[in-house]
Design a protein around this ligand. Structure first.
Ligand code: HEC
Ligand code: HEC
Length: 347
């Protein structure tokens, strides 16, 4: 049976392409990232250690180069700046250790949501809290003008953000968002640290977080997560969503224009997006995008939303694919019958 052999060869090659070559090519073409880690404390400490090692290796390389050519001024400068880099990275590690030690103390406290309701004024002086009928004190245009960036509503914050991330954010916003290099004492981040109302600041922070958790709804869609956590910077034109920060201000604030995310899922894939959103700095050291601090559940939801917008034809494609397979099986069958008929008459 010659036909059967041909069919088997065809099937084997199709399977090799589909199971072997295609996934391999896909993984080669897509950027690799370390897997997402939703333990933000471990993430920060581990990454700080990796950066120290990298800086030390760079220093060693610079020193070796200088040894071969001790009078070269450029090489001397390179060694000096490599030394500074090691120090900066070491300070980074200590700063993170200090922050997370405090966060853990706060997280161990029992938060009092009722007390937190009274303290939330510390946040609603800038943020809206629509579900509790606190209108944002600034509209997006005014916030863009005076702060450089629109200020997100906090109605969903108690659910979508990781609890310890939220505590870290309130305690040290620039460091929690990982934008402390760009925003420092000379150029402060517009979101200010919470210094407390005079009682124990750790307890007050725990109370604010408990309050935000107590008012957050149970069911939040991927689109709502996007609106809370991403929309102040990113457009999704396919869903008629436009960044709430004014474009000019945004470019100024970020140093670059955040891309429209409508079809990002197609060029990057879901896995890359989850890892990137979890910790942008890990993949792109020094990227302008801050860490967002979503929980795993809501990271996944936001990625599903991007998938639904950017790849809305996926389900359709699968259905059409199955139809096509059935069509070709039938065609093969009829072609075979037809061929048999023709040959029978000839013999
Ligand atoms: C002085 C104004 C100001 C105050 C006060 C303030 N914030 Fe913010 N907050 C901002 C701005 C501006 C941003 C956007 C920063 C950015 O994207 O760089 C922000 C961002 C956030 C975000 C989003 C962070 C993320 O991961 O995307 C959360 C959550 C938040 N603030 C919570 C709070 C809480 C809780 C308080 C009260 C303890 C508070 N903020 C007090 C101005 C403020
Ligand atoms: C405060 C502004 C800001 C927020 C909030 C923000 N981003 Fe970004 N994002 C940026 C900027 C700026 C870039 C461009 C980064 C660069 O070029 O270094 C970016 C880049 C990206 C990219 C492209 C990555 C790549 O490999 O090219 C993705 C995907 C992304 N953001 C997703 C998100 C998602 C999802 C959220 C919400 C969960 C979000 N961002 C929240 C500012 C932001």
């Amino acid at each position: 049976m010659k036909e059967l052999k041909i069919l088997i060869i065809l099937i084997v090659f199709t399977l090799i392409t589909y199971i072997g070559i295609e996934p391999f090519a896909h993984s080669e073409m897509n950027p690799h990232v370390a897997p997402a880690n939703f333990n933000y404390e471990r993430e920060d400490i581990d990454l700080a250690n990796v950066r120290i090692e990298e800086a030390r290796a760079a220093l060693k390389k610079a020193e070796n180069a200088l040894m071969k050519n001790a009078t070269d001024e450029n090489l001397q400068k390179a060694v000096e700046s490599a030394k500074v880099e090691v120090e900066v990275r070491q300070n980074d590690l200590s700063a993170y250790q200090e922050l997370w030690a405090q966060v853990n103390e706060i997280a161990a406290l029992e938060g009092d949501a009722e007390n937190g309701a009274g303290l939330i004024a510390a946040c609603t002086s800038c943020h809206g809290l629509k579900s509790q009928e606190f209108e944002a004190p600034f509209d997006d245009a005014l916030a863009s003008e005076s702060y450089g960036i629109a200020i997100p509503d906090l109605s969903l914050a108690g659910a979508v953000y990781d609890k310890k991330f939220l505590i870290a954010l309130i305690t040290n916003p620039a460091r929690a968002l990982k934008v402390h290099k760009k925003f420092n004492d000379e150029n402060p981040l517009p979101m200010t640290q919470f210094f407390g109302f005079g009682d124990d600041v750790n307890q007050e922070t725990a109370d604010i977080v408990a309050y935000l958790e107590s008012i957050a709804p149970q069911e939040i869609s991927g689109k709502e997560v996007f609106e809370t956590a991403c929309l102040r910077c990113h457009d999704i034109k396919y869903d008629a969503l436009y960044a709430t920060t004014e474009k000019g201000a945004l470019k100024n604030y970020m140093g670059s224009n955040p891309p429209d995310l409508s079809i990002m899922i197609r060029s990057r894939g879901a896995e890359y997006l989850e890892n990137f959103i979890n910790d942008p700095q890990k993949k792109l050291d020094g990227t302008a995008m801050p860490r967002v601090g979503l929980t795993k559940n809501y990271t996944d939801k936001s990625v599903s939303y991007l998938e639904q917008i950017g790849d809305s034809k996926k389900d359709e494609r699968v259905t059409v694919g199955i139809g096509m397979i059935i069509f070709f099986v039938l065609m093969t069958f009829f072609a075979y019958m037809w061929k048999e008929g023709v040959w029978r008459e000839l013999h």
